[in-house]
Structures are given as structure tokens and as C-alpha cells.
Ligand binder design. Structure first.
Ligand SMILES: [Zn+2]
Ligand SMILES: [Zn+2]
Length: 473
């Protein structure tokens, strides 16, 4: 009898230890902030054409908190961080997805200057959230020369690893130092974060772009896909809920209208592998958090996509707005945005995202008023009338947005963080957003985006686009 009792207790103990749901369920919060693009040269005095790095200031007197033609001045960095502290000073953690330096020609920068800017932002964030763990990754502007992040180790990555050591476990720190990526469990929750190094997948990164598929670093730079696929398999066995996080998203930019094939960032081979990775591990990936666009959008991943059959939605990615208001140089319509910050609430046991709340600064108004109060912009569920946030509900939202212009207009307003009026978005623009959201695969995007657009229009657009392709997002 005693032996039987012992055996029963043993079974109970094993169940308790292996069951992931022994974590106490609660609704937690985390911030997702990104693309500060801190312009240390910004000034409101002097030559009006030389008040920020970009030299495209909109006003003859650029405002205290910035300009839509410039990157983020110190006053705006401070206002954004102060707003975070005011709105939620004690989040469970903070995702910080890179692009810390201004859009600056390489000739003005050095590795030391880039590290110093990352250092300054790290200190500011750390001072404001001394007891909160940040999970950061680097952006394509967080390297010198920009975009050219090598595969594996680098001096810059090593220096930044030292700055971020306090936030990362020893294992995650070592992984970041070596490869610019890591995975880490969020303590007290069932959530595990995988911070990806998306920079080696960038088509503007010549370190990998020039490598053939026969080169191991051409096929899978730093073996990151092999690494991520392996970690995802392990995490599925551990019944963890994964948040994929990175700077550059896969798929096509939702605002570039100059060519029917749109504009994308990843090299095609890595875009394809990313989609495959998500499809293969959709069960364990709860949500994805990306950046780089500076705009507010989302992406859907499907399984079993064939021809015109969209398949079943299996994963979603939220693209967070940036702090910088900087107007993209990619093309006229890609435009500027108001500064945005994003608070997410989630279930600590299931990992499910319960709400996505975006706060923003009306930059023009703030400059007029002389004070920068970040205001609540919208809640994802109430704005779009959703009862939950998951791949199916977001696919339904996308489909409803396609046919319902009132709903689409809400999304479009949020896309530039309440800067542009939805009235500027034509039929082609509307279709472009639908195709970007639902077709992450480049070929499928092309087919989708060509559907109702005359080739003449795109031919004219392509001519206009010549010479505009110096990517700087
Ligand atoms: Zn950026
Ligand atoms: Zn970027």
C-alpha cells in the first residue's frame, strides 16, 4: 500500500513538473518600442536646411519635438520614454527591436559613434525601467557601415552585447554576442522569446547577398534557420508559447506603389525559408513582433497554400510603428508617420495576445503646443470589433477590410499612426495593403497585386521609380 501511495505521489509530482500550466495565470503587459532613429544632431536653431542629418526638414522652423523630414531629436526620445513610464511603468518585459541611429550617410559615422548612440539609448531606457528586462535586437541602422552586418561575430555586436548583458541570461548573452540572436524564457510565464538576427537576410546586406546557395552562409547565414527550427522543435516539446521577434519583417512593404511587384527586404531564398519555418512550427509560435517599416500593419501566414487557394491562416505578425516620424526616401507615397509606442497585454499561461494598445504623438500639434503628450490612439480589439486576436480573427479582419471601406479606413489611419487621411489611399493602394497583409510569399504577392491594376500604370510607375531605390528604412 505504501509503495502504491509512493508511486501515485511520484506520478503527481511528474505531472506537476512537466505540465506547463502550473504557471499562475494572469494578464501581463509588455511594451514593444522600435525605430527610435535618434538624431544627435537635431537642432531648432541655425540654418533651416541643416537642422537634422537628413536635410529634408519640412518647416523653416523645425519643432522642438521633431519634424516629419527628420529623425528623432532628444526631446522626442525623452517624451516617448516618459510616456511609456507614465502609461505602464511596470510591464513584465519590453521588446526593443532596433534602428537606434539616424538615417545618416556612412561617411558621418564610425563603429564607435553607432555604439555610443546605442549606449545612450540603452542607458535612458534602463534608467526609466530599472527593474524591467528588455529583450532587444539590432536593426539594419545599428551597424557601420549600415546594413552590412557580417555573419557571426563583429566588434560592434560584441560591444552591444556588453551593454545588454544585464538583461540577458548567460546563454542568451553568449548567443547574441556570437550570432546576434538568442532565445530566452520569460520568467513566471509560459512564453519564450526568440530574438532573430534578420539583418543577414536583408537584400541590401552584401555579406550574404553575393553568396551563392552552394555556400553554407548563402543558403542559411550563420545557420540561423537550422538553429531556429531546432529551438522551435525543443520548445514545442516543452509546451512553451513562442514570440518570434525581429527587426526586418518578411514579405512586402505595404506602402510602396511604384512597381506591381512592390518592395521587399529579405532575399527571396530567406523569405521562402522564413515562411516554411513558420508553417512547420505554427503550433508553437503564438505571435510574431516585427518592425522596420515605421508603420502599423500586420501579416498573415497560411498553411497548404496552392494556386488561388489562400489556405488556412496559422500565424500572424504584428508590425509596430516607429518612434521616428522620418519621411521615407523610398518613394513619395511611402511617406512619414507620427511617433508611436505600443503596449500589449497577454495571458501569461497561454501566451495569447489579449490586446494591442497603440499610443502616439501628434507631432505637428506637439510642436505647436510646446509639449509632447503621447495620447491613446486605439485598441486593436475594439477598433476592429474583434473578440480575440489570432490568425483566424486577423484573416477575417483582413477580408472584411478588403470589402468594407469604413473598416479599411480605420486600418489606413492607424497605418501612418494617425498622420495620413484614408482619402489618399486609392483602389490600387487598398489592394496593395490587402496583398501585403495576406501574401508574404513574393510570387503570390505579385499575382495578388497585379489582379486589378493595368500594366500601363505599373510601367509608368516603374519609370518614376528609377533612381529612387536607395533603401533607407
Ligand atoms: Zn527604421
Ligand atoms: Zn530598419
Amino acid at each position: 500500500m505504501v509503495t502504491l501511495q509512493k508511486a501515485l505521489w511520484g506520478i503527481i509530482l511528474v505531472v506537476l513538473v512537466t505540465c506547463p500550466y502550473h504557471t499562475q495565470a494572469r494578464i501581463g503587459t509588455f511594451w514593444h518600442v522600435t525605430d527610435f532613429h535618434y538624431d544627435v544632431n537635431y537642432t531648432t536653431t541655425g540654418d533651416s536646411q541643416n537642422m537634422c542629418w537628413d536635410h529634408r526638414v519640412d518647416n523653416t522652423s523645425p519643432g522642438k519635438f521633431g519634424d516629419y523630414g527628420c529623425d528623432t531629436p532628444l526631446e522626442l526620445v525623452t517624451a516617448a520614454i516618459q510616456a511609456m513610464v507614465k502609461i505602464q511603468p511596470k510591464p513584465d518585459f519590453i521588446l526593443w527591436t532596433g534602428d537606434d541611429t539616424a538615417h545618416v550617410a556612412d561617411k558621418y559615422f564610425t563603429t564607435t559613434k553607432v555604439v555610443n548612440i546605442i549606449h545612450e539609448l540603452t542607458d535612458k531606457l534602463n534608467r526609466s525601467f530599472p527593474n524591467t528586462t528588455f529583450f532587444p535586437v539590432l536593426g539594419n541602422h545599428d551597424y557601420y557601415p549600415k546594413n552590412q552586418v557580417p555573419v557571426g561575430e563583429s566588434d560592434l555586436q560584441g560591444e552591444v552585447a556588453k551593454l545588454w548583458k544585464k538583461w540577458l541570461t548567460d546563454e542568451a548573452h553568449e548567443s547574441f554576442q556570437k550570432d546576434g540572436r538568442y532565445w530566452t524564457d520569460v520568467p513566471g510565464t509560459n512564453v519564450t522569446i526568440i530574438g532573430l538576427n534578420t539583418l543577414t537576410w536583408y537584400k541590401s546586406n552584401t555579406n550574404t547577398a553575393k553568396l551563392p546557395d552552394t555556400d553554407p552562409n548563402g543558403q542559411d547565414p550563420g545557420q540561423q534557420f537550422a538553429w531556429a527550427n531546432n529551438i522551435l522543435t525543443i520548445l514545442a516539446k516543452r509546451r512553451r508559447r513562442v514570440y518570434l521577434m525581429g527587426h526586418i519583417p518578411p514579405g512586402t512593404f505595404e506602402r510602396y506603389q511604384q512597381k506591381k511587384e512592390g518592395f521587399h527586404w529579405y532575399q527571396t531564398r530567406y523569405n521562402d525559408q522564413f515562411i516554411k519555418m513558420v508553417q512547420n512550427h505554427a503550433e508553437v509560435i503564438e505571435a510574431q513582433f516585427f518592425a522596420h517599416h515605421h508603420t502599423d500593419s500586420f501579416r498573415l501566414f497560411f498553411k497548404n497554400q496552392q494556386d488561388h487557394d489562400p489556405g488556412i491562416p496559422v500565424s500572424y505578425q504584428l508590425i509596430a510603428p516607429g518612434v521616428t516620424p522620418w519621411r521615407s526616401t523610398l518613394s513619395k507615397e511611402t511617406g512619414a508617420n507620427n511617433p508611436g509606442i505600443r503596449l500589449i497585454s497577454y495571458d501569461t499561461v497561454t501566451g495569447k495576445v489579449k490586446e494591442v494598445s497603440t499610443y502616439y504623438l501628434d507631432l505637428a500639434q506637439a510642436n505647436k503646443d510646446g509639449k509632447a503628450d503621447f495620447k491613446f490612439e486605439y485598441n486593436f480589439t475594439s477598433e476592429y470589433n474583434l473578440t480575440s486576436i489570432n490568425p483566424e480573427s486577423l484573416y477575417n479582419l483582413a477580408k472584411n477590410m478588403k470589402k468594407n471601406s469604413t473598416l479599411f479606413n480605420k486600418y489606413y489611419k492607424a497605418n501612418t499612426v494617425s498622420l495620413e487621411s484614408p482619402s489618399v489611399c486609392t483602389t490600387n493602394c487598398h489592394l496593395l495593403h490587402w496583398c501585403s497583409i495576406t501574401e508574404v510569399n513574393y510570387n503570390r504577392f505579385n499575382t495578388c497585386n497585379a489582379a486589378s491594376i493595368t500594366s500601363l500604370h505599373w510601367a509608368a510607375g516603374s519609370l518614376l521609380a528609377v533612381g529612387l531605390l536607395l533603401v533607407n528604412r
